[in-house]
Structures are given as structure tokens and as C-alpha cells.
Design a protein around this ligand. Sequence first.
Ligand code: HEC
Ligand code: HEC
Length: 181
Amino acid sequence: MSDLAKLLAASALLVSCGSDPRQWPDLDAAGVPLGPVCRSGNYWPYGERGDNHMHPGRDCIGCHTRSGHGPVFTVAGTIFNAPHEVDDCFGYDSDTRNHTAAEVQIVDGNGVAFTIIANRSGNFYTTYPLRFPLRHVQVRAPDGSINEMFGAASSGDCNSCHTRLGTVSPLGESPGRVTMP
Ligand code: HEC
Ligand code: HEC
């Protein structure tokens, strides 16, 4: 597909997402309401165009690895506003200039502490060499409150486990998205 065709296909999708959010289920398999599908109301419209804000919620490291394109991240993912928001929905608006910056704080397998500041689509990423599994992972809001992962993260591909509906891994069931505290 040409780049233009991709862009058109992506914007067609964008329009249908905006006009009919109910194309996504409202309830999980147990009948529990999933909450907002996209609190920001804005979606990534540019398909595969390489960008810091691309594909919030999708599997960053997996796609870059499979496609052989894009930076080789050690850790990457997205902070969302709600636990079950959909792929390509812009997540938490983290902005250092507006004092709304959210951080992902990590202690790696060697005990090295490392902090990543998320961007305005909620995406965060680094190519810094870290040792896995990560011993501690937490999201820190601008007010200092914290949302901490209990287990050690075996990989830095946060969104591969933190999908919209969550995944089952050796660590247990992920609760859906990485969210603000
Ligand atoms: C479906 C595939 C896919 C997914 C998912 C994906 N990317 Fe990419 N990404 C790419 C491709 C392809 C490129 C290279 C584009 C190019 O070279 O023009 C790229 C490039 C990038 C770049 C480099 C931009 C630049 O200026 O050169 C960044 C940063 C990036 N991706 C971040 C992310 C983050 C963060 C995520 C997850 C939230 C993500 N990507 C998810 C395919 C993907
Ligand atoms: C192998 C799958 C997996 C990976 C990779 C992973 N997580 Fe998790 N995450 C989980 C599971 C399972 C839980 C729930 C149990 C727990 O807290 O350990 C969780 C819980 C969390 C929580 C607490 C959620 C809550 O609402 O209480 C946060 C925050 C979190 N993860 C952030 C991250 C970040 C950031 C990354 C990437 C550095 C990451 N996770 C990578 C599986 C994963």
C-alpha cells in the first residue's frame, strides 16, 4: 500500500472511531463494564509514520523488532487515563511545560535506577541498556502519588502485557493498561 493510501485508510478509521465508539464492547467477558474507551477523545491518525507519539497502547518493541524499523527500545509503553482504553487512543497528557509530567521509574536487574518521562500521548521509551527482569516498576504522577507493579517485569515491552483487556502471563493477570495512580 502506498503511504498516501495508508494515511487515507488510517483517517477513515479515525472518523469511524470518533463517530461510533460503540464498535468496541462495553463489557468484559464476565459482564463487568470496561469504562471509557478513549478519555482524551483523540486517536493516532498516521499509521506507521515513525514518531514519538505513534500508536499509543500498541506493542512498540514487538512491532519495531518484527518490522526491523524504528529504534531498538529496551523499555517502551503508554500511560493511559483509564484501565481499558483502546489502541491508538492518546493516553495521559504528560507535559513538562504544563507541570503535568508523569514518570516511569524503574530499578533494573542490577539495581540501577532509571526514570523515563512520558510524552503528550502518554508514550514513554528508552534505548538505555537495562538488565531484565526489572526489579521495580512504578508510575509516578506529578503530585508524587505512585502506581506500582507488584511483580518483576520480565520484559520492557510494557504494552505487550498491558493490553486493553489485560493478558495472562507468568506474573498473573495484568489489569489492562498502565495507568496513572
Ligand atoms: C505497527 C508497528 C509499530 C508500532 C506498534 C510502533 N511503531 Fe514506532 N515505528 C514503526 C516504524 C515502521 C518506524 C520507522 C518509521 C520510519 O523509519 O520512517 C517507527 C519509528 C519510531 C520512532 C522514531 C521516530 C523518528 O523520529 O525517527 C519512535 C520514537 C517510535 N517509533 C516510537 C514508538 C512507540 C513509543 C511505540 C509504542 C507506543 C511505537 N513506536 C509503536 C512502527 C511501529
Ligand atoms: C510479562 C507481562 C508484563 C510486563 C512486560 C509488564 N507488566 Fe506491568 N503488570 C503485569 C501484571 C501481571 C500486573 C499485575 C500484578 C502485579 O502488579 O505484579 C502488572 C501491574 C502493573 C502496574 C500496577 C497496576 C495497577 O493498576 O495496580 C503497573 C503500574 C505496571 N504494571 C506498569 C508496567 C510498566 C511501566 C511496564 C514496562 C516497564 C510493565 N508494567 C511491564 C504484567 C506485566
